[in-house]
Ligand binder design. Structure first.
Ligand SMILES: N[C@@H](CCC(=O)N[C@@H](CS)C(=O)NCC(=O)O)C(=O)O
Length: 215
């Protein structure tokens, strides 16, 4: 049976899981859970994921959420080789390090900026959270000094995950001119499978944030 992804295109993590599925190249059925309509709180979805978040994967009765766990699972189960999620202990450890960097730092800093603007009535980005994200972007720029992709010389699920996060903040208009390696990598990411589909969701996210920002 085709795996199903419960998805909302505006959500960065959800797009991260979808980009991983596209990179793996498997057919995937998409069911939209509209967070703006609170569809994640419907009884039918709560039965699938009591934590009521997207993305959520359903594969032959197996349910999994957390975008990066989904990316690992899809790459391990369906990857045509081990490029996207290497089996080599050290290469895999580097990919994992980048994935944890995204989930515990990069995405969190982006969320700290955008969530209050989207949902808590804030209309400007405070200098503190701005600086905080730029410090984190400095680390990403450093990673990218060492290789073409975030975990070395080929695309891995660390790229798909981090690009999903980055495309959200870029759509808000974030200035990355101080980060030449990120700038170069962002351009290179145009080759990712599912790039356009991701851009569409990221643009919708950016527009929703910018609508609430004081001009
Ligand atoms: N760490 C999780 C974050 C998932 C998450 O927070 N999803 C949000 C959208 S960005 C969501 O579904 N929120 C609705 C809710 O929690 O009720 C991941 O990477 O999958």
């Amino acid at each position: 049976m085709t795996p199903k992804l419960y998805h909302f295109p505006i959500s960065g993590p959800s797009r991260g899981a979808l980009l991983a599925a596209r990179a793996v190249g498997i057919p995937i059925q998409i069911e939209i859970i509209d967070l703006f309509k609170k569809e994640q709180l419907k009884e039918s979805f709560l039965k699938i994921n009591p934590q009521h978040c997207v993305p959520t994967l359903e594969d032959d009765g197996f349910i999994l959420w957390e975008s990066r766990a989904i990316a690992c699972y899809l790459a391990d189960k369906f990857g045509k080789d081990d490029q996207l999620y290497p089996k080599d202990l050290k290469q895999r450890a580097i990919v994992n390090q980048r994935l944890y960097f995204d989930s515990s730092l990069l995405y969190i800093k982006i969320r700290a900026i955008c969530f209050p603007i989207l949902f808590l009535g804030e209309t400007e980005i405070k200098q503190g959270v701005k600086d905080d994200l730029n410090i984190t972007l400095g680390f990403l720029d450093e990673f990218l000094k060492g290789g073409k992709w975030v975990a070395g010389d080929h695309i891995t699920i660390a790229d798909t995950s981090i690009y999903a996060s980055m495309s959200s903040i870029l759509a808000v208009g974030w200035d990355i001119s101080k980060f030449p390696n990120i700038q170069r990598w962002v351009k290179d990411c145009a080759v990712l499978s599912g790039y356009e589909e991701n851009q569409e969701g990221a643009e919708a996210f950016g527009a929703a944030v910018k609508k609430n920002l004081k001009q």
